[in-house]
Write a protein of this length. Structure first.
Length: 135
């Protein structure tokens, strides 16, 4: 049996500023993670501007993880798993879901500890930044 998932929070992200005259992102070109004092930031870069309305996040339990859906995205991203090993994030898993309408890329941060939460979700131009830390 699959463990029941409890949604801890859901957030629709708003952009800090909308890009001017920039091509819309159709694929992700890079995913990186950086640990800083008491927080880890995962940066997803696209081949153009992301739409703030295309990012949804959910904080899930059992096991604790942050799920982000980025749409519309037209193709998959490799590698599909990045080991982070920070105090907040064990790894990042990435999966393309063409069955969604519109097609989406799911980015899942496997969190370390029950007290890790989403601190910030920011869409600006060709970058999405997801920052998690301890509450």
């Amino acid at each position: 049996d699959e463990p029941a998932e409890a949604v801890v929070s859901e957030r629709q992200t708003e952009s800090a500023s909308e890009p001017v005259q920039q091509t819309r992102a159709s694929r992700d070109v890079d995913v990186t993670a950086a640990a800083r004092a008491h927080a880890t930031t995962v940066v997803i870069r696209g081949n153009g501007a992301f739409e703030a309305s295309g990012l949804r996040t959910l904080l899930l339990e059992d096991p604790k993880r942050l799920w982000a859906s980025i749409s519309p995205i037209e193709t998959f991203y490799r590698p599909n798993e990045i080991n982070v090993g920070s105090p907040e994030v064990e790894r990042v898993r990435i999966g393309f879901h063409p069955e969604d309408s519109p097609p989406a890329l799911y980015v899942v941060l496997d969190l370390v500890g029950e007290d890790v939460v989403l601190l910030d979700a920011n869409v600006q131009g060709d970058a999405i930044r997801l920052t998690v830390g301890r509450k």
